[in-house]
Design a binder for this molecule. Structure first.
Ligand SMILES: [Fe+2]
Length: 254
């Protein structure tokens, strides 16, 4: 399995707090059957700034250490970028990273609402050949209440990533229900761990896929698994239209 969103790098944010913890997380990932992790420290979220060059340095040094310790995990560079006013300018300046140098960029919204410029970012980055992957929409209050807004972003070219702990119930029943509903409605293209540590926020990716398979079908779980592999390989992810017509959302979201 490939994990496209995890806070595996030490010292950079509220994820791993030491090299030892990063190595423990890497061991845990391997034991779950994860072969590659895209390290996505927070960037531009008002607390943490981790520009491209810094992330690349940390990835290279962790990868070297993993090889020395014979831990068979590939680490690639990325960022979890909070939508901010100068997003497009900074993309042009080269301080932002796509996921594993692919044409996919992980974008996070604040938990309470969707930024007014969200659609503009999706559209403008799309013109530069970059596809926005919306991080954990099931944890965003506005998208959870109005999933037709997520459908609209997907129709505008974005993709979306659900977090393993949302599926397994780690954030409560309501988030779990929203996550499953978004998956069943084909609004989700990736499952990722958003792992922060080994105890409170581990990977739980295998558990999440098996739950997804049980609740939403093997075909969807397989397609999410394959999409993460395609992304890492720098290949295009097939577009799939959201399943529910937009006008029926209000009925289904009750
Ligand atoms: Fe994250």
């Amino acid at each position: 399995m490939v994990d496209i969103h995890a806070h595996l790098l030490p010292f950079l944010d509220d994820g791993s707090s030491s090299l030892e913890e990063s190595l423990e997380m890497a061991d845990m990932a391997v034991s779950e059957g994860i072969t590659a992790v895209i390290a996505t420290p927070h960037h531009a979220n008002g607390i943490y700034d981790n520009e491209a060059s810094r992330v690349r340095e940390e990835v290279a040094s962790l990868q070297k250490l993993l090889e020395l310790r014979n831990i068979p995990l590939k680490v690639a560079s990325g960022q979890e970028i909070r939508g901010f006013n100068d997003l497009l300018r900074d993309y042009e300046r080269g301080t932002l990273l796509t996921l594993a140098d692919s044409s996919y960029l992980l974008l996070e919204f604040p938990s309470g609402q969707v930024p007014a410029k969200a659609k503009e970012w999706i559209y403008e980055l799309g013109l530069s050949g970059v596809t926005v992957v919306i991080a954990h929409p099931e944890r965003n209050k506005e998208l959870a209440a109005s999933p037709e807004k997520l459908a609209d972003f997907i129709e505008a070219g974005a993709l979306a990533q659900v977090t393993s702990h949302s599926l397994t119930g780690g954030f409560g029943r309501s988030v779990q229900k929203t996550a499953l509903q978004m998956c069943r409605s084909r609004l989700i293209h990736f499952v990722a761990s958003d792992a922060h540590n080994v105890k409170a926020r581990p990977f739980a990716l295998r558990e999440a896929y098996s739950l997804l398979e049980k609740e939403a079908g093997k075909e969807l779980a397989d397609s999410c698994r394959r999409n993460s592999e395609l992304l890492l390989a720098g290949e295009a992810i097939p577009y799939e239209e959201p399943l529910l017509p937009k006008k029926r959302w209000s009925f289904f979201s009750k």
